[in-house]
Design a protein around this ligand. Structure first.
Ligand SMILES: [Zn+2]
Length: 190
């Protein structure tokens, strides 16, 4: 427990004021803990390599929001309900903060890569034929899909790309369904 934390609690004030101070204080603690954790791992807070979302958020923003989410769910809250945390909850969240930050970093750093090849929608830099059908001409400046498989770059016209992606969606959904079905009948490991 830090000195400033104690000071807040000793100021004679209404419960709500104390809680607001504690809430503000918790947010500062989260920010500090996240900044420190990134620094220790030599990760740039403003870098964007950790987020798999498009467009990616900055490392700091990603980790901070993930820690916030963990704090909310710890008490069964939804985001934006933090002002309703009790003093006790705020104390508990602060005590568990280092552990929460570690968990988030583990998840973010250990996330498996996508099963899909890297897919890039871009403007064709020169005219060429579609990979699937050489009658599909892609003119310079027109949209194309580039699928990177290892070192190879496979380029498709939008019609073919959309067709194959839709087939992939079906494959993915069937695969998930098969895995989930096996989950429900599997005997949990004792
Ligand atoms: Zn095509």
């Amino acid at each position: 427990m830090s000195l400033s934390w104690r000071c807040w609690q000793e100021v004679p004030t209404t419960k709500q004021k104390t809680r607001l101070a504690a809430k503000k204080s918790l947010d500062d603690f989260v920010k500090n803990a996240v900044a420190k954790a990134l620094l220790v791992r030599k990760l740039n807070p403003k870098g964007k390599e950790l987020d798999k979302q498009k467009p990616p958020r900055e490392n700091f923003v990603l980790v901070k929001s993930s820690v916030d989410t963990k704090i909310f769910s710890m008490f069964g809250r939804k985001p934006n309900q933090r002002s309703e945390f009790t003093q006790q909850e705020l104390d508990k969240a602060q005590a568990q903060l280092p552990q929460l930050v570690n968990e988030v970093l583990k998840e973010v750093l250990g996330r498996p890569k996508s099963f899909l090849p890297q897919l890039i929608v871009e403007d064709a830099k020169s005219s060429h034929n579609c990979r699937f059908n050489k009658d599909h001409r892609i003119r310079k400046g027109e949209k194309r899909l580039t699928a990177k498989e290892g070192r190879e770059k496979l380029r498709y016209c939008p019609v073919c790309a959309v067709h194959f992606l839709r087939l992939d969606i079906v494959t993915i959904q069937n695969t998930i369904a098969a895995l989930e079905a096996s989950q429900s009948t599997a005997t949990p490991v004792a």
